[in-house]
Design a protein around this ligand. Sequence first.
Ligand code: PGA
Ligand code: ZN
Length: 429
Amino acid sequence: TIQKVIARQVFDSRANPTVEVDIVLEGGAIGRGTVPSGASKGLYEALELRDGDTSNLGGKSVHKAIQNIQTILAPALIGKDATKQSEIDELMVSLDGTENKSRLGANAILGCSMAVARAAAQQMGLPLFRYLGGANAKIIPVPMVQIIGGGAHAANSIDVQDFLVIPMQAASFEDGFAQVVNVYNATKRVFERHGKPLAIADEGGFWPTAFKTNEEGLQLLTEGILEAGYTPGKEICIALDIASSEFYDKERGTYRFELEDREFTREAFVDLICSWVENYSIISIEDGCSELDWEGSALLTKRLGTKIQLIGDDLFTTRIDRIAKGIELHACNSVLIKMNQIGTITETLDAIEFTKNHGYLPVVSARSGETEDDTIVHLAIASNAGQLKVGSVARTERLVKWNECIRMEQQLGDGAVYPSGALFSRVIH
Ligand code: PGA
Ligand code: ZN
């Protein structure tokens, strides 16, 4: 039974304020949830409530959300059975009453939802993934790891947001992750050789200083993979998060690379992406087209949907109604899953289930603003999602997630299943 709900303002990896909740149960079990925050947010995400008082932390303080927890959510939660996660989440959703959680704030609700799950797991003496996923939870996710950051995570010095890698042939998470670390360190040497200053972007990948084109990211990353001793397309494949909603001109219906001063029609932009897939060892593309451009996503899927993974992030915002629309329109073949796009653990698990049931691949993801919270790792294992995207291999708010994967793989021992690149055969024919 929930006895106490304690909420506070703490800070995320970009030094922005965020919501943290502790839930204390009768008997002493404690659960904590610390809420992440995005920079390249989707239009259709649940609302992150911030105070907007520019004299306080640039308007980003979250005291209203905390007050909503203290005055509205806490009184409703106290006395409730913490092991009834879906009932508690439904109760919070109904207390909010809006479609996008704008009354109480998705950050207020998610902090409580995460803390309740943690507290219940602790009370039952189970790891969170086992508590949420039951006896069948066993898949350690394949990592999708940022090597070069861009877009909104690097002051828009280039247009494309993430240049990532995926280990394709590793026998375990531990092996695959070590390969990715080799690629990261090798890419560092490649940057040095090209006289690029070494700095890191918001998610720990290298900052793209003095790039002349977006494609330069693909060239440097390919060089990094080779420098590490791997064959691109064999042990290691490239993934991109183009995050194209950020540079889509909705009036003109065009895509615009500021860096290169180039504007593309929908068809020309899809052609460009297809040429990148031809020329580089790309296995996955996220948000190739804008969240407003369903037609573009459908066109891209027609061209590439049986060759590589096509993920919708801003396009779907973890909402079942939008995922359903994508399935109907044959847009993408995979869904990025972010807890705070939807706002509760239950709705996140439902979105993963829906995605899997329709033959799309779920990719559980962190946000660019993160904390020491590692709930998403457990969510990925609990749901057997198969893939996890957390940013790079530097910066501790990223490593707490990857390191937890290593621990859980060890803990599951022979019971752990690591799907490796074989996972993509569900969408690639
Ligand atoms: P965000 O970026 O957390 O800044 O939205 C992550 C992503 O686009 O996948
Ligand atoms: Zn994205």
